[in-house]
Design a protein. Structure first.
Length: 141
């Protein structure tokens, strides 16, 4: 799936939101990220959207693109937090997107070889996410 330049998540999903609706801080953050051109979403925005379950197939594709460039790109929490958010998607997401699942398996294999680049606490968090991802398909390990 090629994402057109300057397309937003709202554009890609043909969603219009009503600005007159009151919203929480969480809702306002989601609204802002959904209106941002996808190519301008940073690691933190991608992490946030994945954790909130927003437009997961599109966001996951973009996140994997970024992670293939830097396995441990950081949002606001720690090195590797985008990888953790991506890997913690439910099996239904991965099973429904076999191309993304294959990319994630390759990414995990590469990331495992570089884990020593991370601080100990960050490494432990990333390793836990990798184990959880791999445990979704024990026969493949």
């Amino acid at each position: 799936m090629k994402i057109p330049p300057r397309a937003t998540l709202n554009d890609l999903e043909a969603i219009t939101d009503d600005e007159s609706e009151p919203t929480s801080v969480l809702g306002a953050t989601i609204r802002r990220h959904r209106r941002t051109p996808v190519e301008h979403l940073g690691a933190e925005a991608l992490r946030f959207l994945l954790e909130e379950g927003e437009s997961v197939p599109v966001v996951l594709r973009v996140a994997l693109d970024r992670l293939e460039q830097d396995h441990f790109v950081a949002g606001d929490f720690h090195r590797g937090d985008l990888l953790v958010a991506a890997l913690q998607q439910p099996a239904t997401v991965w099973n429904g997107n076999p191309e993304l699942r294959a990319r994630a398996f390759a990414l995990v294999a590469d990331a495992e070889r570089e884990l020593m680049r991370l601080e100990v606490t960050d490494r432990e968090i990333v390793q836990r996410a990798i184990r959880g991802f791999r445990n979704l398909w024990p026969a493949w390990n």
